[in-house]
Design a binder for this molecule. Structure first.
Ligand SMILES: C[S@@+](CC[C@H](N)C(=O)[O-])C[C@H]1O[C@@H](n2cnc3c(N)ncnc32)[C@H](O)[C@@H]1O
Length: 205
């Protein structure tokens, strides 16, 4: 990778404290994975997998031999933590790929794709969504779990949005609408007054 972005620099330090701190702010992981309704033999891609905090929820559905998980991230620092997690859990069906989600080319299509709190950190998120849809097989499912716009938070809404923006997270973009343009069979569920949302899309056969 030729260029080091601000987000990659951000995660050089945050990789060290990510697992100890994010349980406070990143919620609804199991619910988002559940929406994918994975088969045991599914071939799954998580885009922006970070340290692999969603892996245990995906592994609840995947057969350890027939199911496959690919975790993709452009931060080598985050992937090193994910690699340690997989080694200590004995997950031999996980492959980790260091690549940029906006221009990835993995050479195959997946049964399911997950963005877990990663889409809102990608400036060219439309390119990432397009690429994700291209990597999804016909009939496959794509789930996005991410921060919402805090619409029900009254005066705290702008504070939360500004705090997240200072941490490279842009909440005020039409993520679900753009996903629906790409994959019309998309349903969206907001949580906790817009704290976060899940969007589930199914690619036409
Ligand atoms: C908030 S973390 C989420 C990690 C994990 N999915 C989770 O739920 O804990 C966002 C991750 O997205 C990754 N990311 C951001 N932009 C990316 C891009 N363009 N390509 C690949 N990964 C990216 C970051 O490196 C980071 O690991």
């Amino acid at each position: 990778m030729s260029d080091t972005t601000a987000v990659q620099r951000f995660y050089r330090f945050h990789a060290l404290i990510y697992d100890k701190t994010r349980w406070m702010i990143l919620h609804q992981r199991r619910a988002a994975v559940q929406r994918l309704a994975l088969r045991g033999d599914a071939d799954v891609l998580e885009i922006g997998c970070g340290t692999g905090l969603n892996f245990r929820y995906l592994m609840e559905w995947l057969d350890p031999i027939r199911g496959r998980l690919t975790g993709l991230d452009f931060s080598g620092d985050m992937l090193r933590v994910a690699e340690r997690r997989c080694r200590s859990a004995g997950w031999n069906n996980v492959s980790l790929v260091e690549a940029d989600a906006t221009c990835m080319s993995l050479g195959r299509q997946f049964d399911a794709v997950l963005f877990g709190y990663s889409l809102t950190m990608i400036p060219d998120w439309r390119a990432a969504l397009r690429s994700a849809a291209e990597h999804l097989r016909p009939g496959g499912r794509l789930a996005v779990l991410d921060f919402g716009g805090f619409e029900g938070w009254g005066p705290l809404g702008p504070v939360m949005r500004a705090w997240l923006r200072a941490n490279h997270v842009e909440t005020v973009q039409p993520y679900a609408e753009a996903l629906r343009e790409l994959l019309p069979d998309t349903t969206v569920h907001p949580w906790l007054g817009g704290y976060c949302f899940t969007a589930l899309a199914r690619k036409e056969m």
